[in-house]
Design a protein around this ligand. Structure first.
Ligand code: 4AD
Ligand code: MG
Length: 477
């Protein structure tokens, strides 16, 4: 006799065989029907208990959340709702679950409540579906890069440089916080710290990825990044995962092509491999939207939205064109935006990005050639002397999903830029070396993994697409 997963029992043709399965009880109905789930699929397997011949003491222990070991014959089901079921001949309760205190009862729980019980929330359909999709997307990401000749590179998590400027950093220190060594000026003396200098958690693996692109050609990182921004929004985490490809001899157009091809590939992958989970999440979203006024409901269902992205070209628009569109837009003229767009050079807020993708273009948009002074120092300066070869990819319902650029490969231009921004050349000597020895055009981007998972699952809060979210004032579990 073989132990099967629930997925195998439902998919393989095993009828009339004696089978064995282990899982958790979702519901137990009429002292007879156990809905059993083991995480291998969204679906439960029905296990039929002959209660007249089962010890009363065992029967009582079959409660929601209990872990059980079941042996029985797989048969075609008489009832509606499932094709097969197990006629239980032996059941062992491996782990009891007190129905008085078990938090995940078979009813609708709010996402807030489930966040407080994040250690158990993957025992619900919604969160198990989200996390299976998350896993599937991660796999598809590695597969895409592997198929396309990229090397997977592990960039450091502790960094000694704070030059990227992508956000506020978390300090890493082994000094005694109560009584740190001080310099003569009374400042904390990091020379005596573990690494002999100030260190932080990384905000991005880009600068290190550039060094590998300039030798291995095509590389990517996929790891955790950390930002100590106090942004308590539904789209920001203090710890999030980022995918950062970096490619030698590739310009910004190539970068846009890569990002678009990559995103379509991974979304197509989940359409093909996670149809049950997507169908469930689509229905969940539909039910949620029924409670909203008509105007706020989305025109497309979840699967339609994903297919739309897979099947249509992203719209490519320069920053300058976008500013014109925004300047002439209704909400700008009627002063409905919080930040009114008056002139070229303004930084785009999320209200502007959302207007562009959700109201104006109604599709993913790649904005490129931003003003130099609102973007990072390493982006390549255009001939006009005022814009850089930057790109942001904006998604309906999400806003910014990707940020990337062609990198400044000219040593003198890069040095001037660093000097203007007061960035210490000594600190980035190795980064400058790339421009001294065999410099070449190269480009890359960063994709916020949780924002991609939000898009693919239709979840509205980033806290619900990562197992244990870290946000201001919260690092539970
Ligand atoms: O635009 P960002 O800051 O770009 C970089 O860090 C570049 N070094 C990437 C590169 O060129 N290799 O961040 C990239 C993406 C954003 O577009 C967004 O999707 C996501 O990371 N992101 C966040 N996701 C969740 N929480 C946060 N606090 C995020 N900050 C950025
Ligand atoms: Mg950005």
């Amino acid at each position: 006799m073989k132990t099967y997963t629930v997925a195998e029992l439902l998919e393989k043709n095993l009828v009339l065989q004696e089978v064995e399965v282990k899982g958790w009880v979702r519901t137990f109905r009429a002292n007879r029907f156990i809905a059993l789930n083991d995480g291998s699929t969204l679906n439960n397997i029905q296990c039929v208990v002959d209660f007249e011949n089962l010890d009363e003491s065992v029967l009582k222990r079959i409660t929601t959340g209990a872990a059980v070991h079941i042996i029985g014959e797989l048969t075609e089901s008489q009832g509606k709702g499932q094709n097969v079921e197990i006629q239980v001949s032996k059941i062992d309760v491996l782990g009891d679950s007190d129905p008085e205190t078990y938090p995940i009862q078979p009813k609708k729980h709010s996402f807030e409540f489930l966040r407080e019980n994040a250690h158990l929330r993957t025992r619900t359909n919604t969160f198990s579906a989200v996390m299976r999709l998350r896993s599937s997307l991660s796999f598809a990401i590695h597969q895409y890069f592997n198929e396309n000749g990229f090397y997977y590179m592990h960039t450091p998590i502790i960094t000694g440089s704070d030059a990227e400027g992508a956000g506020e950093m978390f300090r890493v220190s082994a000094l005694n916080a109560k009584n740190p060594p001080l310099t003569e000026d009374g400042e904390v003396n990091y020379k005596e710290d573990f690494f002999g200098k100030e260190t932080n958690l990384t905000v991005s693996g880009q600068l290190e990825a550039e060094t590998y692109a300039m030798s291995l050609g095509k590389v990517y990182t996929f790891g955790p990044t950390f930002r100590a921004e106090n942004s308590n929004t539904s789209r920001h985490l203090a710890e999030f995962w980022m995918i950062e490809p970096e490619v030698a001899f590739m310009d910004l157009d190539g970068n846009m092509d890569l990002a678009e091809d990559f995103m379509k590939y991974v979304l197509k992958y989940v359409l093909e491999h996670n149809s049950d989970d997507l169908a469930f999440l689509e229905k969940r979203l539909l039910d949620e939207e029924k409670t909203k006024p008509q105007a706020e409901r989305s025109e497309m269902s979840l699967i339609e939205k994903i297919k739309f992205v897979v099947d249509n070209n992203f719209k490519r628009v320069s920053y300058t064109e976008a500013i014109e569109i925004l300047r002439n837009s209704k909400p700008n003229k009627k002063k409905k935006f919080k930040y009114i767009i008056e002139e070229w050079g303004a930084d785009l807020q999320s209200e502007h990005e959302r207007y562009l993708v959700e109201k104006h273009f109604k599709c993913p948009v790649i904005l490129f050639d931003y003003p130099a002074n609102i973007k990072a120092f390493y982006m390549r300066l255009n001939e006009d002397g005022k814009t850089v070869r930057a790109m942001d990819i904006l998604f309906p319902g999400i806003g910014e999903m990707v940020g990337g650029s062609q990198r400044e490969e000219r040593l003198d231009v890069l040095k001037d830029k660093m000097a203007a921004l007061d960035i210490d050349e000594q600190e980035l000597w190795w980064y400058l070396d790339l421009r001294k020895y065999g410099t070449a055009v190269h480009s890359g981007f960063g994709l916020g993994f949780e924002r991609l998972v939000m898009f693919a699952t239709g979840m509205g809060n980033i806290r619900d697409v990562i197992p244990y979210p870290r946000t201001p004032q919260n690092a539970d579990f």
